[in-house]
Design a protein around this ligand. Structure first.
Ligand code: NDP
Ligand code: OXD
Length: 310
C-alpha cells in the first residue's frame, strides 16, 4: 500500500489525517513521530520538517509542502535533493491571503489607527478621505496569490501595480518586472504589499533603498516572509516619519521574541503568521490531486524549480 507521512508542529494533525483519509482512501496516512519503518514511506507532507527527517526516508518519491512557500523545506541542509518538492496551490489559501492584504491596506486607508486611538478619548474627528481612484497600490509578486491580491485591489478601485521577476500581463494591472521595474513602480505606491517567495534574490528586498524610494507616508504590508524585510531599516523609516505604518504577518524570527520592537511600536500592526491558513478540508483535495497525478505518471502542479528557488 502507498504510504503518506504527515509532519507539522503547527497544524491540527487529527483534522488533517481525517481529511487526507477522506480524499485518499487507498493511501495509508502516518504521522510523526511514531511512523514505523522509514523505508515504507512513499510521500511526505510537511511543514518545517526537522533536519534529517526527509533524508531518513530512503524511498521517498515526493515532498509536499504544507505551505505555498517551500523555504521551510529548503532550510533542511540534509534534504534529499533528488526528491521533487511541491508547493501548496489552494484557492482558500489564496483567498485568505487576499483578504488579509486588503485588511491591511484598508485599515490605514480608512484611518483606523487614528480612529482607534481617539475612541477611548471620545474624540469625534472626521478625516478627509484619501481619493481611492488616484491611490496606487504596489504588489510585489504576481504569482498564484499575488495576482489575486492585485486583481482584488483593482476591483476596490485602486490603481494597482504588480511586480514580478519575468514580464507578466494582467488585465487592469500596471505590470513591472526586474530591478528597473521596481525602481519605476516604488515612488508611485502609497501602499506596498509583499507576496513574494523567499529566495536569495528577494531576501531583504524591503530594506533602506526600497523604503526610501516609497513616497512619504507610505505603508508597508508584508505577508510574504519575514526575511523580505530588513527590520532595522523598516523601524528606522517608521521612527523617522518617512513611513506611516506597517502591517506585518511574517517575521525574521517566529514566534517573534517578546522583546522585539515591533510588538509595542505605535505604527506597527501585527498578526502571528495567519494571513493564509492551510485548511485541511480544502488543501487535502490539492494534495490528493497531485499525489494521484504522480502515481498515474501525470504532471503535478506547483513543482519547485530549484534554479529559480520558488
Ligand atoms: P508563486 O510562486 O505563485 O509566485 C511568486 C511570484 O513572485 C511570481 O510572480 C514571481 O515572478 C515573483 N518573484 C519571485 N522572485 C522574484 C524576484 N526575484 N523579483 C521579482 N519577482 C519575483 O508564489 P505564491 O503566489 O503561491 O506565494 C507567494 C508567497 O507568499 C509564498 O512563497 C510564501 O512566502 C507567501 N505566503 C505567505 C502566507 C502567510 O500566511 N503569510 C501564506 C501563503 C503564502 P514570476 O511571475 O516572474 O515567476
Ligand atoms: C505558506 C504559509 O507559505 O502559510 O503557505 O506561510
Amino acid at each position: 500500500m502507498t504510504v503518506l507521512l504527515f509532519h507539522s508542529p503547527d497544524d491540527p494533525v487529527e483534522l488533517w489525517v481525517a481529511e487526507l483519509r477522506r480524499q485518499l482512501p487507498d493511501v495509508e496516512i502516518r504521522t510523526t513521530p511514531d511512523f514505523g519503518d522509514p523505508s515504507e514511506i512513499d510521500y511526505a507532507l510537511v511543514w518545517k520538517p526537522p533536519a534529517g527527517l526527509l533524508a531518513s526516508l530512503p524511498n521517498l518519491r515526493v515532498t509536499f509542502s504544507i505551505a505555498a512557500g517551500i523555504d521551510h523545506i529548503l532550510a533542511d541542509p540534509e534534504r534529499p535533493t533528488h526528491v521533487p518538492i511541491v508547493r501548496m496551490l489552494d484557492d482558500n489559501l489564496r483567498d485568505m491571503m487576499s483578504e488579509w492584504a486588503i485588511l491591511g491596506v484598508l485599515y490605514f486607508h480608512r484611518f483606523m489607527p487614528e480612529y482607534m486611538a481617539e475612541q477611548p478619548k471620545a474624540i469625534w474627528d472626521r478625516r478627509w478621505p484619501i481619493y481611492t481612484p488616484e491611490t496606487h497600490v504596489g504588489v510585489l509578486g504576481l504569482g498564484a496569490i499575488g495576482r489575486d491580491v492585485a486583481e482584488k485591489f483593482r476591483v476596490l478601485g485602486f490603481q494597482v501595480h504588480g511586480w514580478s521577476r519575468t514580464p507578466r500581463e494582467v488585465a487592469g494591472i500596471i505590470c513591472h518586472h526586474g530591478a528597473a521595474g521596481l525602481e519605476a513602480m516604488l515612488p508611485q505606491c502609497r501602499y506596498l504589499v509583499c507576496v513574494l517567495p523567499l529566495t536569495d534574490e528577494t531576501r531583504g528586498i524591503i530594506g533602506a533603498r526600497t523604503i526610501a524610494a516609497l513616497p512619504e507616508d507610505a505603508v508597508v504590508v508584508n505577508l510574504g516572509r519575514g526575511g523580505h524585510v530588513v527590520d532595522e531599516d523598516l523601524l528606522a523609516a517608521l521612527d523617522s516619519g518617512h513611513l506611516r505604518g506597517a502591517f506585518l504577518d511574517v517575521f525574521n524570527e517566529e514566534p517573534l521574541p517578546p522583546g522585539h520592537a515591533y510588538w509595542r511600536h505605535p505604527k506597527v500592526v501585527m498578526t502571528p503568521h495567519v494571513a493564509g491558513e492551510l485548511v485541511p478540508q480544502s488543501c487535502a483535495k490539492a494534495i490528493a490531486r497531485n499525489l494521484n497525478a504522480h502515481m498515474s505518471g501525470a504532471a503535478m502542479e506547483g513543482v519547485l524549480d530549484l534554479e529559480r528557488g520558488y
